[in-house]
Design a protein around this ligand. Structure first.
Ligand SMILES: [Zn+2]
Ligand SMILES: [Zn+2]
Length: 339
């Protein structure tokens, strides 16, 4: 079978390897059907993901069909359609014990620290896969994992219908957070530098869209919130300066959720946090959000399909990456197909 492997930073290839035959009693063998390309896959390719190790089969937004079931797995069967959870945690450390296994002390992420799902077949423990409706198309189902990121953001931000949420960045994750925010019933202001993405945001229900290259964000935020500021900010771009700006437009008692992986420091005064009792919270991967997101997908409560801008056969992965690098404006989410 073929896998997509990053041998060393900058060196990605389609490699022929043996089909896995190590299906343990608690494992399942999944024939991969579709997998999304994520910004973090590109970072691993370029050597700019500080936590990745090499060589690595990448890919963590993976769905497929079960073709073999270990003898001790009793809740899944051959033919089931499943989504694979990339989070591998110990179950015993402090974060695991309080239900936050996504930041396990010995966290491993499939496709980052261990081999992932850009492969024709993968063996995974039965407890790491979730059954999905057969009515979902494979490409849209590949969006389940990215939507768990949005569900996690909403949990970290404690977003309710009473909030006004500012989402900084209308890339795939920003547009996913927007959909989750609107599902909850909160008001959503979203920013970007590209009008094309903001048009899509409007179509997905954004209440206010702001092109920060030509509009003044604080002006608009304070006008929209009667001078209060937004109650939640989601920083989905990962720029140190945006975190500094976010603090200036957050309401007292507000929450700021950060998703960025930058190692560059933001310049923030303690006073800005203390005087308004702001909560600045990280959001990483997801903590047990798969069942909820799958229910949303199965019930067609979201519009994942509008985020898919391109589909490629997985053997054309280099073409897909080329497109992301040369024409990022035309790309939202690319899904690789494995049929
Ligand atoms: Zn991802
Ligand atoms: Zn743990």
């Amino acid at each position: 079978m073929k896998v997509i492997k990053v041998n060393t930073p900058g060196n990605l290839e389609l490699q022929e390897v043996a089909k896995p035959d190590n299906v343990g009693p608690q494992d399942v063998l999944v024939k991969v059907k579709a997998a999304g390309i994520c910004g973090s896959d590109i970072h691993i390719y370029h050597g700019t993901n500080p936590v990745a190790t090499y060589p690595r089969v990448i890919g963590h937004e993976v769905v497929g069909e079960i073709v073999e079931v270990g003898v001790e797995v009793d809740n899944l069967k051959v033919g089931d359609h499943v989504a694979i959870d990339p989070v591998v945690s110990c179950g015993e450390c402090y974060p695991c014990r309080i239900g936050r296994n996504n930041v396990c002390k010995s966290l491993k992420v499939r496709g980052v620290h261990t081999d992932g799902g850009f492969a024709e077949y993968v063996v995974v423990p039965g407890k790491s896969v979730y059954q999905i409706s057969k009515d979902l198309s494979w490409p849209e189902a590949a969006l389940i994992e990215p939507f768990t990121i949005g569900a996690q953001v909403s949990s970290r931000g404690e977003i309710t219908a009473a909030d006004t949420v500012l989402v900084l960045g209308a890339g795939p994750i920003g547009l996913i957070v927007l959909q989750v925010v609107k599902k909850i019933g909160a008001k959503c202001i979203i920013t970007d530098l590209l009008d094309k993405r903001l048009e899509l945001a409007k179509e997905l229900g954004a209440d206010v869209v702001v092109n920060t290259s030509k509009q003044d964000l604080p002006d608009i935020v304070f006008k929209e919130t009667n001078g209060l500021g937004v109650t939640v900010v989601v920083e989905a771009v990962g720029l140190p300066k945006l975190l500094e700006e976010a603090i200036k437009v957050t309401s007292p008692a507000g929450r700021i959720v950060v998703l960025g992986f930058t190692e560059t420091a933001s310049n923030i005064a303690q006073l800005d946090i203390t005087k308004n009792e702001l909560d600045i919270r990280g959001s990483r991967l997801h903590a047990k959000q798969f069942p909820k997101v799958i229910e949303w997908f199965n019930n067609r409560e979201l519009r994942p399909e509008v985020l898919i801008s391109h589909q490629f056969h997985f053997t054309e992965v280099k073409k897909a990456i080329d497109l992301i690098e040369t024409d990022p404006q035309s790309v939202c989410k690319i899904v690789l197909l494995f049929n």
